[in-house]
Design a protein around this ligand. Sequence first.
Ligand SMILES: *[C@@H]1O[C@H](CO)[C@@H](O)[C@H](O)[C@H]1NC(C)=O
Ligand SMILES: *[C@@H]1O[C@H](CO)[C@@H](O)[C@H](O)[C@H]1NC(C)=O
Ligand SMILES: *[C@@H]1O[C@H](CO)[C@@H](O)[C@H](O)[C@H]1NC(C)=O
Ligand SMILES: *[C@@H]1O[C@H](CO)[C@@H](O)[C@H](O)[C@H]1NC(C)=O
Ligand SMILES: *[C@@H]1O[C@H](CO)[C@@H](O)[C@H](O)[C@H]1NC(C)=O
Length: 797
Amino acid sequence: MSLLPALSVVCALVLHVCFGAVDAHYSVPRKTVPYHHELKLFREEGIFNYSTMLVRDDLGVLLLGAREAIYALDINNISVRKAEVYWRVTEEKQRECTYKGKQAEVECRNYIRTLHRVNDTTMYVCGTNAFSPTCDYMTFANGQLRLEGKQEEGKGKCPFDPFQRYSSLMVGNDLYSATSINFLGSEPVVLRSSNLALRTEFKSSWLSEPNFVYMDFVDESFESPEGDDDKVYLFFSENAMEYDFYSKVAVSRVARVCKGDMGGQRTLQRKWTSFLKARLDCSLPEPSLPPIVQDVFLLKHKDWRKSVFYAVFTPQSSLSQASAVCSYSVSAIRDIFNEGKFKTPVAVETSHVKWVMYTGEVPVPRPGACINNVAHKLGMNRSLDLPDKTLQFIRDRPLMDEAVRPLTGGPLLVKRGALLTRIVVDSVLALDGNRYDVMFIGTENGYIQKAVNYAGEMFIIEEIQLFENPESISILRLSSSKGLLYAGSEFGAVQMPVSNCSRYESCVDCVLARDPYCAWDSSTEQCSSAPSDNAVQSLEGDVIRCPLPDPVSAVDFTLVPGNNIQLPCQLPSNLARVHWRFSHQTLHSNNKYYIYSGGLLLFNASESDSGMYACDSIEQINSRTYNQTVVIYNLKLTPGPADEDNSSPDKEGENSANHRPNTAAPEPVSDNPLAPENRSSTSRLMTLQVTVALLSLVCFSLTGVICWMCIHGQWKCSKFAKSSSQIEEQRQSVEYMHIPNRTSDIKLLGAESERPCSANNNHSGVDFKRNGGHHFTPMANISSLDGLGYINDESEI
Ligand SMILES: *[C@@H]1O[C@H](CO)[C@@H](O)[C@H](O)[C@H]1NC(C)=O
Ligand SMILES: *[C@@H]1O[C@H](CO)[C@@H](O)[C@H](O)[C@H]1NC(C)=O
Ligand SMILES: *[C@@H]1O[C@H](CO)[C@@H](O)[C@H](O)[C@H]1NC(C)=O
Ligand SMILES: *[C@@H]1O[C@H](CO)[C@@H](O)[C@H](O)[C@H]1NC(C)=O
Ligand SMILES: *[C@@H]1O[C@H](CO)[C@@H](O)[C@H](O)[C@H]1NC(C)=O
């Protein structure tokens, strides 16, 4: 028995206890699906940053934009490449870019950032093109991708800096984009490129060092009794102006503009007359600075009033590690913009301005409103007809007083561990006739969290590892009609089905999964995504309609006196507790037994230890407790010599958690690669016991410190992880000490992870905490006291 596994078990337990205590109300995925090679992957040698996608159901392709390349991939199997086109920077462009102080091989390349549908055959594409953004038309016809070579100016449509977040949207022939319009990245703009181009005013009260994350379109003119216009919604984070802090605080925002906006006649000429913004509220259960929006998905409903935005938030301070998902109803956001109060700046001291609720009279037509029936009645048919009073008001007060509150009052999901990065949501019709919104959330370590909020109860059905290495998911797209999800990272793109019900092998397993895509089909005895009418599904996790499971038959196991014995038991769920029984008596960890997440260790076995050992899984679902016997071992004394000893009978242990142990006889001893090492001597055993005891003592006494350090992201695990990965390599065939492969644990113990525990220390790649904010050049006239509040308007440009 080697020391390192023992060490990892003990420390895993300590950390588990530590995180368990902290995590009490943070969701743990019920199942963990490790990386498997059947996932369909696309990557090309030498090409990186697969971060732009356009799903073309009509053409049967997924268009994938990477660095200097665009691919058309088979929408059903993205491993199949149908066409590609390369768009490399010219040497001249690259030289110019490096002269300006940028890195040739990283920044001075062409990152494809914009991919929009124009019509049946044509797309609009933009790339950063070595800090010289350029756009072009691209066609996909006769199996060929072709760039037209138009080389349109891309300033304001696409960022200069490939590390800067941005967003864009095509509505009809108009391109809406939110990015910065200058080389330094210091002049943010929300732009509509159309016959009548419109943009935001360059004032910090409109946009203050923003990070744009998402845009979408809502057809609010549809059956509107007020004669309202369609809107484009924009999500971003920026420096707060409404708080009295001495340092910069970021807040999350939603803003919107009207589709029919044409700007003002004198005031706000060629500028939005309908740009309004409000703070997005998503409070975490622990006190913290406002969390930062990272990505949004609009779950569209036929009636736009029922459409819902889902947003992912991450903490802005490294003191917290909890990400969250909040949802907002379109109609609630609209009500705040259409009826809410405004904020207004007031000077409290000579240099200090505070933003407070505006209580004075609001001009008519209402500032920021689209041209609606009210305006028409006043004879104003276009924004150009709006009076100066209305326009001046909105130019100086684009911020609403009230924040937008989440639809459910609080977050739908709070998750500790690896930060959440991207989200898509699918609306699923379950057998009970209701629709459930299933969230697929990408993480910075290459997992998808598949989660549902069942009437206030946060539930993560499973987490699926999409990338073999912990790569951040930088884009997620959903094809609801195909039932497929596409994820991109720096190193590749992966396709995954929205569900794989065949992973659930029994009725109980299928029902306890609480996956609205899956139900147990009694006729075929399979967990299926297209079940027949009398299928069993209970999203509350009630297994009453399942047939009784077959009794578990005992696995014979040889007991060698004086030896230590390991009895593996893999629980079917991360949420379950383990319960070991030995001839009707409950076992607890003590100096004789050691219970860990992967099984039971029995030290220094003697004759009296022979008998039946049962491992039960106890899972609490919705105040119901579900007990399940996972495996039973029959320990029998052997009359043979000592080389029969074998403390690892079960090679199935490494399989997925839902795998029922088979009842076949244990593997022959000679096959066991560990056999020589396992020939125990008393001294070895003593060493182990002493070590375990010692380690427990040390680890437990340090629990507080470790917890604190892990939470604060200071604890480096690389050394530990490396040593355990070496062990892993030696013992691939037998998962000797299985540590559940949870995301949160991976950060601490995962064999591949050679990174520090905390992502906060990770300054490579996209910086999610600060959204690449360190690439922003602060505006020149922001004083060191800017946190105090309002920055005086910058001179108009
Ligand atoms: C997907 O494409 C790859 C590469 O051509 C091929 O090896 C694989 O069998 C395909 N899978 C399916 C399910 O068609
Ligand atoms: C699609 O749009 C492009 C660019 O605007 C145009 O040249 C082309 O004729 C259009 N094609 C069709 C089929 O409408
Ligand atoms: C693109 O990928 C490369 C290789 O991993 C990485 O070094 C670079 O930082 C990435 N660039 C962006 C903009 O993410
Ligand atoms: C606005 O439109 C109405 C009806 O279309 C028209 O009667 C009116 O003259 C227009 N007003 C202006 C100022 O153009
Ligand atoms: C679904 O799960 C089964 C069992 O784990 C696996 O064999 C199969 O490849 C999976 N299918 C897909 C499409 O991932």
